[in-house]
Design a protein around this ligand. Structure first.
Ligand SMILES: [Zn+2]
Length: 458
């Protein structure tokens, strides 16, 4: 039995792991590489396996870095199904359609540039189109949580809740030789909305993410208290509050907390705008899914209430509805993408508000180096938006603790009961993985750190 990673190997994106069982091959996840040209070039690299020969593809959750290359598997001849929970298939459909749109837009922009430079012939086509994405979406086959699914003679897969985002699962694979668990992305046990990952049973081999293996997240109580203070102070000033979020999970975490605080009268009840058509679609999935939320959320849903809809919520779908938000005075909460302020409608709101002393930007997510979000957190006094320089007078608040990923203790809490003797660390930055690997080896485990395309014997 051999495992070969075609992504998330000493990096955090592009999750794709190929398991060769001799007479049967399968892949777990097939995500997009993201975060700079060098990594993104890997999206065009050939897979270190033959997609036509795969007997099954299993999908842990719908994030782009776990599903973004599924259309390429189909294009390369994979003729089977993508096994995933229903919620994962629904999340993936929204995310893949958006990705196709961005791929096509990027290609159009590159084409215009190439034409001007007379280098049109050198340009590669878009990675995939909306038609490719629709072909991939049609391949999803829903699996129920907790129930073993037969994927081949003598091979079953059981999906169990991972507590990361809507529909997320880790996968227990039983073969004749061994029990292998693929963690996918594991949730933060201090999440405000997701129930913690279900404790795994025993296994021989554990393929586990390690994104935040070097960190300890704040408690849920600390995070929620800090958010309440920041939101209350901002709304009390009557200025607009901008909260940049990604469409899946973070937007719903923020909606849930804003709803709870406003409904309980703990912060002023001012208008709330969800200014992202994609986040609105995603929120509908959260509202309709009887998924593994925390008990207090499940209780609200059972009682016919909507935990993700603050009393004053308005959805801005069209560009005109988004622009109209700029006319609002006296304070409002605006939730929009993108999460790191690198694009999306949030940039328009920043342009209209960053120069206002009474406005506030509440950062609830990780901001990578070089992004506008990071510049603002570092105290930039002027930033460029749409070619104009904007003076920063707004308050910038940074609330950590909204992470949807397991921290060091979560990872160990997941790993320990499995009794796995061989642990493969994936989905992490090299320095973080090396530190975690050393710690695990001290406890006597065999630890492997797969490299792209290099097989590991299990
Ligand atoms: Zn994820």
């Amino acid at each position: 039995m051999r495992l070969t990673s075609a992504g998330a190997a000493r990096t955090v994106t592009g999750s794709c792991h190929h398991l060769d069982l001799g007479d049967f091959q399968l892949v777990v996840d097939c995500g997009l590489f993201q975060g700079g040209a060098e990594l993104e070039d890997l999206n065009r690299a050939p897979f270190p396996f033959e997609p036509r020969d795969l007997g099954a593809v299993l999908v842990t959750h719908g994030h782009l870095d776990h599903v973004g290359r599924l259309p390429l598997l189909v294009k390369a001849g994979y003729a089977g199904r993508f096994l995933a929970t229903k919620a994962t298939a629904d999340v993936a459909a929204i995310i893949l359609r958006d990705a196709a749109k961005l791929q096509e837009e990027d290609f159009e922009r590159d084409l215009r540039k190439a034409r001007r430079a007379g280098r049109e012939s050198e340009l590669l086509g878009p990675l995939y189109t909306l038609a490719d994405v629709e072909a991939a979406i049609a391949r999803f086959q829903n699996v129920a949580l907790h129930e073993p699914v037969r994927v081949a003679e003598g091979v079953t897969a059981t999906f169990r809740p991972a507590g990361h985002i809507l529909g997320s699962a880790y996968i227990e694979l039983r073969t004749r030789e061994a029990r292998v668990v693929f963690s996918g992305d594991l949730g933060n046990r201090e999440s405000s909305i997701q129930a913690p990952a279900e404790p795994p049973g025993g296994c021989d081999v554990l393929v586990i993410e390690s994104t935040y293996a070097d960190q300890t997240h704040p408690t849920r109580a600390e995070t929620e208290a800090r958010f309440q203070v920041a939101l209350g102070r901002s709304l009390g000033k009557g200025g607009n509050v901008m909260i940049p979020t990604f469409a899946a999970e973070r937007a719903q975490q923020v909606l849930y907390l804003v709803n709870r605080l406003m409904s309980a009268g703990q912060v002023p009840r001012l208008p709330v705008f969800l200014d992202s058509p994609m986040a609105a679609k995603m929120t509908r999935l959260y509202q309709e899914c009887a998924c593994d939320f925390r008990p207090e959320i499940a209780d609200l849903i059972d009682a016919g209430q909507d935990p993700f809809e603050p009393p004053t919520l308005r959805y801005a779908v069209t560009a005109d509805e988004s622009k109209a938000i700029n006319e609002v005075t006296g304070g409002a909460v605006v939730i929009a993408g993108s999460g790191m302020l690198t694009g999306g409608r949030i940039r328009h709101h920043l342009k209209h508000n960053l120069w206002r002393e009474e406005a506030t930007l509440i950062v609830v997510g990780y901001q990578a180096h070089g992004t506008l979000g990071r510049l603002l957190l570092e105290g930039a006094k002027r930033v460029k938006l749409f070619g104009e320089e904007v003076v920063v007078r707004a308050t910038i608040e940074n609330i950590k603790g909204f992470s949807a990923h397991a921290d060091h203790d979560d990872l160990l809490a997941f790993m320990t009961p499995t009794g796995a003797t061989h642990v493969l660390l994936v989905h992490g930055e090299p320095e973080v993985m090396d530190g975690f690997a050393a710690e695990l080896r001290r406890s006597g485990r065999r630890v492997s750190l797969p490299e792209f395309g290099v097989p590991t014997d299990l």
